[in-house]
Design a protein around this ligand. Structure first.
Ligand code: NDP
Ligand code: 2IT
Length: 446
């Protein structure tokens, strides 16, 4: 970081919260890449735009007490970080995972501000969650946790204020329990959460949206290089919501997904992943992905995090932050990988991203490539406000167009600042400029 203003802002964030490693990583990446745009806009410094962008408008941390199946009281910590409301109500998912802490939620909330801006829809940035571990919990325990979590969260959210959704560990089941509790407490039926079930206000295609959107985006990259998806081998990490529907759309575009993974290991199926079986294992049985090999002859299960050693044309990290490091990037490059699309948020370490850039691997950062999920959430909000529902095809068509626009806007911004394939730069600048313009227009309270 050479720009003195940006450096000052970054140093202050680091000195204030030296332990928030994920948040610092996300801030550094954004500030480094917006440098040329900040230099062109001296008003940013005058208006304190960047120091305001890195400080959440509001951070809520709360106790979540619930009773487990043995009658024992359990206490988790809940969070909601309302990061930026310049362009719309705070919007972003809720993550339930033992690794959740304030740094993780702040990094996700910060990224969300720019991602949401890129969608072109009126949504601000926020994120929340808890260190509750849904693994091994009964349905009843998950329900009681979600109810207790929402009892506090309900004070801070609302259809015009803050609209949470799913993320790791939060899918249709959890959103259902949370929505039920919100309605019980408030006696109102509004679009306060997205990712809802179809019978009570959910949008068709929201389940598929992040994975489908990722593939629509990667397809734009492949075409921009004059190539086609047909026949390409795709390596996917994760086996959750994003990973499964990325694999589904990869097939639809003529490519072949050959892996899925979880925190224990990965499966490799040279014939291409059988998605009916994978979905049944993950969505119906809620089992581990290793089960797959018991049902599919010719497939392999490997313990550990070696998924990036599988040879591919396209790599799609769809599990979690920092799951793809410098060594993994080098392995992918050595094996001829040409495209990387981030389905997860910040899955590649900064060193991995540098290596991709140096080796001309066409790289799509999460805030652009995985924006289809939140974009479709915003479409769910629109449908809720209008009290109607669109068909699957209508939503999917809008999603497709949104992903094309994000690709175009990020590419145009990247081009303006030098390299049309530098989507890190393009996405950060395009996302930031709109938020900065809205913040400038709205002034600051003296
Ligand atoms: P799910 O909970 O459905 O699936 C998460 C997957 O990632 C599981 O396979 C899980 O394995 C794996 N995983 C989670 N944590 C770790 C870890 N620490 N190490 C290794 N594997 C891990 O979540 P989603 O699919 O919804 O989310 C995946 C990623 O996509 C996240 O980064 C999320 O922020 C991002 N994202 C999600 C969107 C959405 O709409 N859902 C939208 C945009 C981004 P295991 O079962 O072993 O934990
Ligand atoms: O990271 C993300 O964009 C999400 N988890 C989806 C957020 C949303 O509001 O749909």
């Amino acid at each position: 970081m050479k720009n003195a203003y940006l450096k000052r802002v970054y140093d202050k964030v680091r000195d204030r919260d030296p332990n928030e490693t994920e948040f610092l990583q996300a801030v550094k990446e954004v500030l480094e890449s917006i440098e040329p745009a900040v230099e062109r806009n001296p008003d940013f410094e005058k208006n304190g735009i960047i120091e305001r962008l890195v400080e959440p408008e509001r951070v809520i941390s709360f106790r979540v007490a619930w009773v487990d199946d043995r009658g024992k009281v359990q206490v988790n910590r809940g969070y909601r970080v309302q990061f930026n409301s310049a362009i719309g109500p705070y919007k972003g998912g809720l993550r339930l995972h033992p690794s959740v802490n304030l740094s993780v939620i702040k990094f996700l909330g910060f990224e969300q501000c720019f991602k949401n801006s890129l969608t072109g829809l009126p949504i601000g940035g926020g994120k929340g969650g808890s260190d509750f571990d849904p693994k091994g919990k009964s349905d009843a325990e998950v329900m009681r946790f979600c109810q207790s979590f929402m009892t506090e969260l309900s004070r801070h959210i609302g259809q015009f204020t803050d609209v949470p959704a799913g993320d790791i560990g939060v899918g249709a089941r959890e959103i259902g329990y949370m929505y039920g509790q919100y309605k019980r407490l408030r006696n109102e039926f509004t679009g306060v959460l997205t990712g809802k079930g179809i019978p009570y206000g959910g949008s068709l295609a929201r389940t598929e949206a992040t994975g489908y959107g990722l593939l629509y985006f990667v397809n734009e990259m492949v075409q921009a290089r004059g190539e086609s998806m047909v026949g390409k081998t795709v390596v996917i990490s994760g086996s959750g919501n994003v990973a499964l529907y990325a694999a589904e759309k990869a097939y639809a575009l003529g490519a072949k997904p050959v892996t899925l993974s979880d925190s224990n290991g990965y499966i490799y199926d040279p014939a291409g992943i059988n998605l009916d079986i994978a979905k049944d294992i993950k969505e119906v049985r809620r089992a581990r992905i290793s089960e797959y090999t018991k049902e599919v002859p010719g497939s392999e299960y490997h313990e550990g995090r070696g998924v990036w050693s599988v040879k591919c044309d396209i790599a799609l990290p769809c599990a979690t932050q920092n799951e793809l490091n410098e060594e993994d990037a080098q392995t992918l490059i050595n094996n001829g990988c040409k495209y990387v699309g981030e389905g997860a948020n910040m899955p590649s370490t900064p060193e991995a991203v540098e290596l991709f850039k140096a080796n001309k691997v066409y790289f799509a950062p999460g805030k652009a490539a995985n924006a289809g999920g939140v974009a479709t959430s915003a479409l769910e909000m629109s449908q809720n406000s209008m009290r109607l529902s669109w068909t699957f095809e209508e939503v999917d068509e809008k999603l497709h167009q949104i992903m094309k626009n994000i690709f175009k806007n990020a590419t145009d911004a990247a081009k303006e600042y030098g390299d049309p394939e530098n989507l890190v730069l393009g996405a950060n600048i395009a996302g930031m400029l709109k938020v900065a313009e809205a913040m400038t227009a709205q002034g600051i309270a003296y």
